[in-house]
Design a protein around this ligand. Structure first.
Ligand SMILES: Cc1cc2nc3c(=O)[nH]c(=O)nc-3n(C[C@H](O)[C@H](O)[C@H](O)COP(=O)(O)OP(=O)(O)OC[C@H]3O[C@@H](n4cnc5c(N)ncnc54)[C@H](O)[C@@H]3O)c2cc1C
Length: 317
């Protein structure tokens, strides 16, 4: 089923959903299942699976270091199919502009269609580790909006090459990213919202937000988005703080602010276990307020570890 159909069917009840990351190349998928198993009792209607950008690795060759490019966490579509089959749950593969040509994206979408995957999250992807700014691949898209158009075209039976006659069209439900504290490259929240509106006008069916720790920022974002004419469901994405280092890493990577009260509580902690507890309690508070506000789903960034999310879900759902 489509994400938007799940939301409609829930009839105003807030759903629980989460995102996982594929294991590193060479690791067992069992570990992923061990983290999904405890979350299934909260009946997620869908699970998102991220796609990682390629990165450079250095391999010793004839006494010299050879720079090679690789994707360390491949397998997004395969994992989506495996989870769908094992748990009978809808899965949402993240499809990126970065690192893919339009042609490769088309093949990936064809795979998804054959596998009965009905939802995809259309994203630009970040710059690669060594790059300062995002660079589109040769033959690939520059912005998520163009990717949305390609997926929508395929739904209309229009493939990259006119010679294709589609008599079994795809019907992907398309999710896109939104940023309550604006995307780090956007000059202002308003200009970022205009770009978000372009994605919706191009055919996006729903929005999932970047993580935030202050609900008032999400509520303001939803209000501004509505004023802009964005009328698709907006799903808040949140994550519990798990280690003290998050106080530096999260603002640095995502350009988001952390509330003073949360910083103060984390700084008071003497052990990692105490930090995790503060993170869980903050996330429960955030979740309950979001549920009370009637959001369609609270979507958790699990980062492949379920124990914190399980505690939060048990307190909220
Ligand atoms: C819910 C969620 C899931 C994510 N999952 C992944 C994942 O699996 N893998 C991964 O690598 N990354 C993921 N990301 C991160 C995402 O790829 C980055 O935030 C990326 O930098 C931007 O992606 P986007 O789809 O929002 O890009 P876009 O919508 O293309 O926007 C990127 C920037 O360009 C601007 N912009 C858009 N259109 C134009 C235009 N026509 N002209 C000028 N400027 C424009 C926007 O304002 C924004 O600043 C995720 C993010 C979120 C919120």
């Amino acid at each position: 089923m489509k994400v938007t159909e799940h939301i409609k069917k829930a009839n105003g009840k807030t759903l629980f959903s989460f995102e996982i990351i594929p294991p590193k190349k060479g690791k067992n998928i069992r570990e992923l299942y061990d983290n999904i198993d405890p979350l299934m009792e909260f009946k997620p209607p869908f699970i998102d699976v991220t796609t990682s950008r390629e990165e450079y690795v250095y391999v010793e060759k004839d006494g010299l270091l050879d720079r090679q490019i690789t994707r360390m966490r491949p397998g997004t579509v395969g994992i989506c199919a495996a989870i769908k089959h094992k748990y009978n749950v809808d899965t949402v593969p993240h499809v990126l502009c970065g690192g893919f040509t339009r042609e490769e994206t088309e093949y990936l979408l064809v795979d998804c269609h054959y596998l009965g995957i009905e939802n995809v999250m259309a994203l630009r992807g970040d710059a690669m580790n060594h790059q300062k700014y995002f660079e589109a691949s040769e033959g690939g898209h520059k912005y998520a909006c163009d990717l949305v158009k390609q997926i929508r075209n395929m739904n209309d039976g229009k493939y990259l090459h006119d010679v294709i006659e589609a008599d079994h069209k795809s019907d992907f439900c398309i999710g896109v990213a939104g940023y309550p504290e604006k995307h780090l490259e956007a000059p202002s929240l308003q200009s970022d919202l205009k770009r978000l509106k372009e994605k919706v006008d191009a055919g996006a069916d729903y929005i999932v937000t970047q993580m935030f720790f202050d609900n008032s920022k999400f509520f303001r974002f939803v209000e501004e988005a509505k004023k802009m004419g964005i009328d698709v469901p907006i799903i808040p994405g949140i994550k519990p703080i798990a280690v003290e280092r998050h106080l530096q890493i999260l603002p640095q990577v995502f350009k988001i602010d952390l509330p003073e009260e949360l910083i103060h509580e984390v700084e008071k902690c003497k052990t990692n276990a105490e930090v995790r507890q503060v993170g869980v309690e903050w996330c429960i508070k955030q979740s309950k307020e979001l549920v009370d506000a009637g959001v369609p789903t609270v979507h958790y960034y699990s980062m492949g570890k379920s124990s914190n999310i399980q505690k939060i879900a048990a307190a909220v759902f």
